[in-house]
Design a protein around this ligand. Structure first.
Ligand SMILES: C[S@@+](CC[C@H](N)C(=O)[O-])C[C@H]1O[C@@H](n2cnc3c(N)ncnc32)[C@H](O)[C@@H]1O
Length: 268
C-alpha cells in the first residue's frame, strides 16, 4: 500500500479517545473525564452500548476458545487489541493452549504502554504500536514474533468500523488475507446500522464530531466482503450474541436485531 500512517507518540487526554471510551463502557478505570462525557453522549443515543460491548467481549472469548481449542491454532494476531481488561486474548488462549503466541497491535499509545506493562515478563506475548491501515508494517512486526509458515488467527474485533470507506478497508483486508497461510482463520466483529438506523446514526454523530476517530456502521454485505474468498464457518456472519452461544439462556433479548455482526472464517 502506498500509505504510511504515523501513530501518535503521546497520550492525548484532551480529546475523547475510542479505546478509553470502550474501557468506560466495560466498567474499566483507564479513562478520563472527556472520555466518560463522550461515552455518556453515545449512551444517550444507544443506551445498550455497555451490553453490546459485553456481547462483543463474549464473542471474543467464544471465538478464541474455539480457535485455540478444536481449531488447534497456536498463533494469534489481535489487531485493534484495546486496553487490557478481563479475559484478554492471551489469557483465554492460554487457558486452552498454554504454548499459544499472541501479538497485540494497536495504534493507541496508552493501549500499548498498558499492554507492555501488564505483559513485561511474558515471552509468549508481544505488543506492537502500529496502524492497521499500514498492513505491511503490522505484518512485518508480527513476523518477528509469529511464524507465517504455520496457521495464524487474525482477529479484528470492533476495529474496522474506525476505518472509513475512502481508506478502502477491503483492500487492507486483502493484504492480511494474502499473508495468512492456509489453515489460518480470520475473526471479525463490526457495528451495523441495519436494524436501528436512527439510534446508530445519532451515535455515529457523537464519534464523528467529538472523538479521535470516526465510526462507520456498515451493512451486512459490506462486512461480509472483508472475508473475501475465505470460508465462513457456521453460523456465518451473525449478530454477535448469535455466534455459537454457550447456551440459549445467555442470548439476550433482541439478539436477532443487534447493531453488531460477528463471524469467523478459514483460509483453505
Ligand atoms: C473498540 S476497541 C476494541 C478492542 C478489542 N478488539 C475488543 O473487541 O474488545 C478498538 C481498538 O482499536 C484501536 N484502533 C482504532 N483504529 C485503529 C487503527 N487504525 N489501527 C490500529 N488500532 C486501531 C483503538 O485504539 C482501540 O484500542
Amino acid at each position: 500500500m502506498a500509505h504510511r500512517y504515523e501513530v501518535p507518540a503521546r497520550v492525548d487526554t484532551g480529546v475523547p479517545n475510542v479505546a478509553r471510551m470502550y474501557d468506560y463502557y466495560l466498567g474499566g478505570k483507564d479513562n478520563f473525564g472527556v472520555d466518560r462525557e463522550a461515552a455518556e453522549n453515545v449512551m444517550a443515543a444507544l443506551p445498550d452500548m455497555p451490553l453490546m460491548v459485553r456481547e462483543n467481549r463474549r464473542f471474543l472469548h467464544r471465538a478464541v476458545r474455539f480457535l485455540a481449542g478444536s481449531a488447534g491454532i497456536r498463533q494469534f494476531l489481535d489487531i485493534g487489541a484495546g486496553l487490557p481488561t478481563q479475559g484478554n486474548v492471551h489469557a483465554v488462549a492460554h487457558s486452552v493452549a498454554p504454548d499459544a503466541r499472541v501479538v497485540y497491535v494497536d495504534n493507541d499509545p496508552m493501549v500499548v504502554t498498558h499492554g507492555r506493562a501488564l505483559l513485561s515478563d511474558s515471552t509468549k506475548v508481544s505488543v506492537v504500536q502500529a496502524d492497521l491501515r499500514d498492513p505491511e508494517k503490522v505484518l512485518e512486526a508480527a513476523r518477528g514474533f509469529l511464524d507465517f509458515e504455520r496457521p495464524v488467527a487474525v482477529l479484528m474485533l470492533a476495529v474496522l468500523h474506525f476505518i472509513r470507506d475512502v481508506e478502502d478497508p477491503w483492500d487492507i483486508l486483502a493484504c492480511f488475507r494474502d499473508a495468512m497461510p492456509s489453515g489460518s482463520y480470520l475473526a471479525i466483529s463490526h457495528v451495523t446500522g441495519d436494524y436501528h438506523p436512527e439510534a446508530t446514526s445519532a451515535a455515529r454523530q457523537v464519534y464523528d464530531d467529538q472523538t479521535n476517530a470516526t465510526m462507520v456502521f456498515r451493512r451486512h454485505g459490506d462486512v461480509l466482503r472483508f472475508f473475501g474468498g475465505l470460508e465462513l464457518l457456521d453460523p456465518g456472519l451473525t449478530t454477535k450474541s448469535l455466534w455459537r452461544p454457550d447456551s440459549p439462556s445467555e442470548v439476550p433479548n433482541g439478539a436477532e436485531e443487534q447493531w453488531g455482526y460477528a463471524g469467523v472464517a478459514i483460509k483453505r
